[in-house]
Ligand binder design. Structure first.
Ligand code: PRX
Length: 646
């Protein structure tokens, strides 16, 4: 643990004037009188009917339910768009920065309103109704946000699928949520390369069991695409024929807002379901407090809207707060490694939020790429998605922020809807590498493997002991999986899947996943998913996947593969296996190493000892622990020998 500490007092105070004593008072109230605290926070939003019931939560696995603001009625899109029209209709809601540095656009709240209404009417014209599921498979362009908000406006439940996912992954999500419509683009652009989105959609829809009534295609690059009879429509054309106004649908606070798929330690990705009222209150409050957001700031979160970070901190949180949010289509290293800082200067970005993997990649390119840009508009930096090593933190703080911007390391998950542990600017003393302290209403705790609470400075499994409004409500279509995944390991507690240390000041240091979930460049991947992609190859009998430390990506993917009888290792086969994973999941799941082996270390009952596989992948043979219980202890030497030879 780094001993360095940067006191809040040594940095500029919060622009909001929020001070340490305010945090203490608010935090204590949020814990001591949660319903009163969250009742007050509901007034951040415009309600059609204000809620009178604040929370009704049970984490008992036989009666698990989570309800916030359950008698409230509102519309999320109205809160992000319409209610700002009178006060800031002509101010910029979205700044779009294209992949091509010569492309940029400012969209005011008034323009946003018209676009979103048109998108909503386009969906209605195709008979999409309240409660229907709509897949959004788009590049990082404003039309992705219009599509999300349009769904929210008419009460349809969107499920955004990251544009980097393969047709196979897209197909399984379409089937799982029973979507009737899909919104996509002809192509996406990333770092000068084209992403064939519509082609991927065609491939997904050609798969068995996939059926969709409507595909709306935004013409972005103008590429040649095939259109299928009554199913496919060019969105640009449809929008010309629809009315520019659309009434927002009154939604109950507990009506679903979106489903977002995320990987777990077993099985296929699960559809994390978030509802309307609690999610919106939480996204809006965390955006304002964690980022000290004030009118006039330009907020840039570099995530993709295909992830939860993009949902909460590009679209819903900032727009609920009437902010100016920047959407960037490209990548941080195109056309060169100075792109982020060029964009910061060009659009006067004041708050910048990114992932440690991007920071490490930019750090490797050298300081000049940063220092040759002015960056004086920046006043706050944030990170999310994976543990940040103190070295990268210090570089971010000293080089990017010139030692004058607080760095907020925000810990949270797809399931949590918004940030749960983070420093607050002007309030929290910073320790590089620590996510620091809980947000309002959040009660983190550490437990040992038997579920006993561990007090004081210690290491343990991170749990949360009480609900908050942004919490996911269920796994779409599989409530039992929700109960089992999160509330059964430690009954009565929400298990995060993460390990953490708490230091003597009560600061939390997230140490990473303690389950079989990998975190590759801040993206979640289940080892089981990658293994099942590998065994789908005709030459593969069995596969075991583990993570290993990777300088840039945080974790890399190491796959052990046993071939079927009669198959032998070749360069060609290894390439085929990598391609197979790309095809089944997407490029982000591509293994960094494929290790063909005659066997795996298994216990006599057949359980794979992943601990040993992790150590060997890490090239760390000193601490393999007890291998005597293995069915075939000799396999360990074979694996090590093989590893050394690669
Ligand atoms: O392991 C933690 C890591 O990312 C996981 C959640 O991944 P996902 O649902 O994809 O959401 C990522 C963006 C919110 C967590 O279980 N994680 C997220 N933020 C941090 C982190 N690990 C350490 N420090 C963080 N700030």
């Amino acid at each position: 643990m780094s001993q360095e500490k940067i006191t809040a007092a040594s940095l500029p105070p919060a622009k909001s004037g929020y001070a340490p004593a305010d945090y203490d008072a608010d935090y204590h109230r949020s814990i001591d009188e949660p319903d009163a605290f969250w009742a007050d926070q509901a007034s951040r939003l415009a309600w059609i009917k204000a809620p009178t019931k604040i929370s009704d939560v049970s984490w008992d696995k036989d009666d698990l339910h989570i309800k916030w603001y359950e008698d409230g009625v509102l519309n999320a899109c109205y809160n992000c768009v319409d209610r700002h029209l009178a006060t800031r209709g002509d101010e910029t809601a979205i700044i779009f920065e294209g992949d091509d540095p010569s492309v940029a656009e400012h969209i005011t709240y008034k323009q946003l309103h018209i676009q979103v209404c048109r998108f909503a009417n386009a969906l209605k014209a195709r008979n999409v109704k309240k409660g229907d599921r709509v897949i959004i498979y788009m590049p990082m362009i404003p039309q992705a946000a219009y599509a999300m908000l349009a769904c929210a406006r008419i009460g349809a439940v969107h499920s955004v699928v990251f544009g980097g996912f393969s047709p196979e992954a897209l197909a399984s999500r379409i089937i799982d949520c029973g979507a009737t419509a899909l919104i996509t683009a002809d192509e996406g652009l990333r770092g000068g390369k084209k992403v064939p989105l519509k082609k991927n959609v065609d491939a997904a829809l050609a798969k068995k069991g996939v059926d969709l009534r409507t595909v709306l295609i935004w013409r972005h690059t103008g590429a040649d695409i095939e259109l299928e009879g009554s199913r496919d429509h060019i969105l640009n054309d449809v929008l010309m024929d629809v009315h520019p106004d659309c009434r927002p649908e009154p939604m109950n606070a507990e009506d679903p807002l979106f489903i977002l798929y995320t990987s777990g330690s077993t099985g296929k990705p699960k559809g994390v379901l978030h509802t309307t009222g609690g999610y919106m209150v939480y996204a809006s409050l965390t955006h304002e407090k964690v980022f000290d957001y004030q009118q006039g700031d330009v907020f840039w979160c570099t995530a993709d809207v295909g992830w939860i970070t993009g949902h909460s901190y590009i679209v819903y949180g900032p727009l609920a707060n009437g902010a100016t949010t920047l959407m960037f289509e490209g990548v941080p290293t195109y056309p060169d490694a100075g792109r982020c800082w060029e964009v910061v200067d060009k659009h006067n970005v004041s708050i910048f939020y990114t992932a440690p993997t991007a920071i490490r990649a930019l750090m490797r390119e050298g300081d000049e790429w940063v220092t040759k840009h002015d960056r004086s508009s920046l006043r706050l930096l944030g990170t999310v998605g994976e543990p940040i090593n103190p070295e990268a933190w210090m570089w971010y703080y000293n080089v990017v922020g010139d030692g004058r911007c607080a760095v907020v390391d925000t810990w949270w998950q797809t399931e949590t809807g918004g940030i749960l542990i983070s420093a607050l600017p002007g309030v929290t003393d910073l320790k590089p590498g620590s996510a620091t302290k809980p947000f309002f209403g959040i009660k983190p705790a550490l437990v040992d493997n038997e579920g006993h609470f561990i007090e004081g400075a210690a290491d343990g499994n991170l749990v949360i002991t009480g609900s908050w409004p942004g919490q996911m409500r269920t796994v779409y279509g599989d409530h039992q999986r929700f109960v089992e995944t999160y509330f059964s390991t430690y009954p009565g507690l929400y298990f995060t899947g993460d390990g953490a240390k708490r230091d003597e000041d009560g600061y939390f240091w997230i140490t990473g996943r303690v389950d079989d979930v990998l975190n590759i460049s801040g993206h979640r991947m289940g080892t089981a998913e990658i293994e099942s992609a590998l065994v789908a190859h005709k030459a593969v009998a069995e596969a075991a996947v583990v993570g290993y430390p990777h300088d840039i990506k945080g974790q890399g993917i190491y796959a052990y593969v046993i071939l079927k009888q009669g198959k032998s290792e070749s360069e060609e086969l290894v390439k085929e296996l990598v391609a197979q994973v790309r095809e089944e999941i997407g490029p982000i799941a591509k293994p960094d190493h494929i290790h063909i082996t005659p066997g795996l270390p298994k216990t006599r009952s057949g359980k794979i000892m992943r601990r040993i596989l992790r150590k060997i992948a890490e090239n760390d043979y000193g601490a393999l622990g007890d291998t005597s219980t293995l069915a075939d202890p000799g396999i360990v030497d074979t694996l090590i020998e093989n590893r050394k030879n690669r």
